[in-house]
Structures are given as structure tokens and as C-alpha cells.
Write a protein that binds this ligand. Structure first.
Ligand code: 5AD
Ligand code: SF4
Length: 463
């Protein structure tokens, strides 16, 4: 063995606890923060109370984001104090989009926080930890560094969950769309794509470790334009094609997409790549052209309808999901009716709907005319009732059909295993745990509130 291949001296074992709120990208980021800290000797802790370092990975997209953070920090402060009394140090870090948007405020109101870091600076965590450990005062890193974080993060060590069958993989981050209501362009910065080579390497590693389904993540994932191994710029469709050749990867998904970035090649990929699952989350936010213009979405309701038609022509069994906002400044009853009409016309397998909440610094926040709370509540209820009806209808239509289920773990009851259909429905069936990590055909027999139950067609894996 030569000197360069000697293992690095083992760092003293320390425990790390990460609390993750918000989107799937935060889940992925938390795993990568654990990856960068592992060489420093940090292993997962069961809880904050036993951890030498606690990271609160925050979300700023809606609601009372900052208040929620300060209340959780109060709880963590008590833990830090109790540990200090027992002679143990705790490094407390706040990461994610609230850290990015309100870093200075956090340090002013919660001076016991040691590190504040925005999503673009996770690769600098080891250096920040060293600075905090030297008690050099609180460390704040919320600039958008000149270097790309993707270039500086170490290679991922595998799926987010050991033994995980499904995993997230970030391929693109940030957004240049600046929708009127949205804080993401300010907290996550400009659009940036990871080189395809590094995405493919991470996907191959995941596949070798037993991952069968990968969901590609990006705030605007279909705007992906990463450098390909051939030196050309690859689109998301090109990347998906390369990923679908990786042995062992049975299923691919991607989220979240913007209607304006659904290009011909990507639409066609839904028809030509069997691994690409027939389920697409395609937020439209509103069905009113007036509101879509006020939201600066860059498309109207007719073009969304036309896009869905094209997608369904490419893949007839494609199911759709969406996001909606009710009560955006200026929204009238007629605008809201247009949203209900669009939902009825399209028919969604599921959808998320939110009451508009002003985000400081966004154009809509200064626009005035936000709908009163009671109106927002009432519209939200009507929209959610319609969406629920459609979701139940979609799930009810599965009863009696045979669907391939990728089993990911135990089911709800003993003797059951559970997984997902291609359309992201949770499915439970009696079966052996040896099927976990494989796809098998299930005949769907009944619909529960948020899941389906069925019988394994034969107790043998089909992929
Ligand atoms: N208020 C309410 N909902 C919002 N979303 C984003 N910003 C806001 C806001 N200020 C919703 C959008 C987006 C989803 C992730 O969150 O529907 O698609
Ligand atoms: Fe936010 Fe999505 Fe609009 Fe970008 S495209 S500003 S992430 S809602």
C-alpha cells in the first residue's frame, strides 16, 4: 500500500441530527450535508438531545415560516443549554431557505445559533464547523458564491436512506422565472444545472446500492441544460434517455416542471421511455388568464390545456398533478371559477392547493388587493373538495385493474408489504418481504382514504 492510499486518520466520533422541513430538495440537501460532514467524524444521532451538532433545514415557501423556525430554535436552545450543563458542546446550525432569506434576523433574535447557511453554501460546511468550533463567533454564509456548489460537493455516498429502494437526485437548482408570489428565485438563486456525468455517476451508484426508482429534482427541473459527456448541452429528455439505460433502474420520475419548459423532446420521451413513469407534476397555479398574467407565469390557460393534450397523445395513461394558489392579489370570484373549470376539464390524479401568503420581497407582496382570509378559506375548501373528488375517482378507477407495484417496505399490517404504482398511488398487499426492492403485479381490490389494497398476482418479481 502506498502512502496516498492510506486511510485518513479517523476523526473523533461525533453525532449529527438534521431536522428537515419543506420540499424534496431539502431532503436531498440534508443527505448531502450529512455526506460533507461524515469525513469530519459525524454519524447520525437518534435525536437532537444526543447530538453534537444539530442542523435545522428550513423552508420559506409559505405560511409562517420564520415564526416556525424561531419556535423550533427555542426548543433546541433548551437542549443546547441542558447539554452545556452536562459539559457537552452543541453546534446549532440553521440551513435552507429561511436561513437564506432571514439570516441576519436569525442571528439577532437567536444569538445561540452558531451557523447560518443558505442552500448554495453547503459545500463550505466543514470550514464553517471548524470556525464555529474555534468559537470564533457565529458564522453566516448566505452569499451566492462564485463557485457552483455542485462542483464542490463530494460525491454522494448513496441513497438518502440506507437500503432505500427509491431516491431523490438533484439535477438542477434555482429559478429564473420570478413568478409574482414566489420566494424561490431569491432563496435558491439563478438556474444552474449539474453536469450530466456527475448525475449519471450518482445514479449508477444508487442503482448498485439497490435503488430502483429515481426522482430527478429541480425547482425547474425541465429547464435542465447540463453539460453532457459529449461536450454538448443536454436537455432533460437527453438525460432521462441516458438514465434509462442504467441497469437496475426500473423507474424514473422528475419534479417540479414549469409548463413553459415542456419541450417536444420531453413530451416525446413520455411515449418512448418505458422507465419514465406516467405521472407528471405540472403546476398551473390558476385557470384564469388574468391571474396567470398577474402571477407572471408566461402562459395562459389554453396553452396549459393544449400542453396536457400533447402529453396525453404521447402517453395515453399519463396522470397529472398540479399546484394551485387561491387568493392571489386581484383574484375575483370569476377568476376562481376559471380555476375550477380548468380542474374539471383536465382531471387531476392529485393536486396541492394553497392559500396565497405574501412573501417579503416578492412583487405580489407589494401589490395590495390580497383576498381576505375568509374568502381564501372558502375558495380553498371548494377547490380541495373538487380535487379530492377527482383523486378518489382516479383511485376508484384502479380497482379491478392489475398494476406493477415497486415494493419499498413493509405494509400497514403484519404480513403486508407496501409500495407505489406507476401513478404514485400507495399500494399494500399481503406478501413476503423478499419482494421489497422489486416490482410485482398486483390486482387492486379496494380503495382506502389515501391508499389501495390488492393481491399479488404471483409471488414472483417481474423486474
Ligand atoms: N403563497 C402560497 N403558495 C405558494 N406557493 C409558492 N409560493 C407561494 C405563496 N407565496 C406554492 C405554489 C408552488 C408550490 C410549491 O407552493 O403553488 O407551486
Ligand atoms: Fe417559484 Fe416555480 Fe415560479 Fe420559479 S417557476 S418562481 S420556483 S413558482
Amino acid at each position: 500500500m502506498n502512502a496516498t492510499s492510506l486511510p485518513a486518520p479517523a476523526a473523533a466520533p461525533k453525532l449529527l441530527h438534521i431536522i428537515t422541513w419543506g420540499c424534496q430538495m431539502n431532503v436531498y440537501d440534508s443527505a448531502r450535508m450529512a455526506d460533507v460532514l461524515r469525513p469530519l467524524g459525524y454519524a447520525p444521532a437518534e435525536s437532537a438531545a444526543t447530538a453534537d451538532m444539530v442542523i435545522l433545514n428550513t423552508c420559506h415557501i409559505r405560511d409562517r415560516a420564520a415564526e416556525k423556525v424561531f419556535s423550533e430554535l427555542g426548543r433546541l436552545r433548551a437542549i443546547k443549554q441542558a447539554r452545556a450543563e452536562a459539559g457537552q458542546d452543541t453546534i446549532l446550525a440553521v440551513a435552507g431557505c429561511v436561513a437564506q432569506a432571514e439570516g441576519r434576523e436569525i442571528l439577532a433574535r437567536a444569538p445561540y445559533v452558531d451557523i447560518v447557511l443558505g442552500p448554495q453554501t453547503y459545500h463550505r460546511l466543514p470550514e464553517m464547523v471548524a470556525r464555529a468550533a474555534r468559537a470564533a463567533g457565529a458564522v453566516i454564509e448566505t452569499d451566492f458564491p462564485a463557485e457552483q456548489k455542485f462542483d464542490f460537493l463530494p460525491d454522494a455516498t448513496g441513497p438518502q436512506l440506507p437500503g432505500g429502494v427509491t431516491a431523490f437526485l438533484t439535477v438542477q437548482e434555482g429559478c429564473d422565472k420570478f413568478c409574482s408570489f414566489c420566494v424561490v428565485p431569491y432563496t435558491r438563486g439563478a438556474e444552474a444545472s449539474r453536469p450530466a456525468v456527475s448525475v449519471l455517476a450518482e445514479a449508477r451508484l444508487m442503482a448498485r446500492q439497490g435503488v430502483r426508482e429515481i426522482t430527478l429534482l429541480g425547482q425547474n427541473v425541465n429547464a435542465y441544460h447540463g453539460e453532457g459527456p459529449d461536450g454538448r448541452i443536454w436537455s432533460l429528455a437527453r438525460l432521462l434517455r441516458a438514465l434509462s439505460d442504467i441497469p437496475g433502474l426500473a423507474r424514473l420520475r422528475y419534479t417540479t416542471s414549469h409548463p413553459r419548459d415542456m419541450d417536444e423532446a420531453l413530451i416525446a420521451a413520455h411515449g418512448s421511455l418505458p422507465a419514465l413513469m406516467p405521472f407528471l407534476h405540472l403546476p398551473v397555479q390558476s385557470g384564469s388568464d388574468r391571474m396567470l398574467a398577474a402571477m407572471r407565469r408566461g402562459h395562459d390557460a389554453a396553452s396549459y390545456r393544449a400542453l396536457v393534450d400533447r402529453l396525453r397523445r404521447a402517453r395515453a395513461d399519463l396522470a397529472l398533478s398540479s399546484d394551485f394558489i387561491v387568493g392571489h392579489p386581484g383574484e375575483t370570484e370569476a377568476d376562481f371559477d376559471a380555476t375550477l373549470a380548468l380542474v374539471r376539464d383536465i382531471g387531476f390524479a392529485q393536486a396541492f392547493s394553497f392559500k396565497y401568503s405574501p412573501r417579503p420581497g416578492t412583487p405580489a407582496a407589494g401589490a395590495g388587493h390580497a383576498a381576505p382570509e375568509a374568502i381564501k378559506d372558502e375558495r380553498l375548501q371548494r377547490l380541495q373538495a373538487l380535487i379530492r373528488e377527482q383523486q378518489d375517482g382516479f383511485n376508484a378507477a384502479s380497482v379491478g385493474t392489475r398494476v406493477p407495484v415497486l415494493f419499498t417496505g413493509r405494509g400497514r399490517y403484519p404480513g403486508q408489504i407496501g409500495g407505489r404504482s406507476p401513478w404514485l398511488q400507495a399500494v399494500h398487499a399481503a406478501g413476503p418481504e423478499t419482494l421489497i426492492g422489486t416490482q410485482a403485479m398486483v390486482t387492486i381490490e379496494a380503495m382506502r382514504t389515501n391508499s389501495l389494497t390488492g393481491t399479488l398476482l404471483r409471488e414472483r418479481a417481474c423486474a
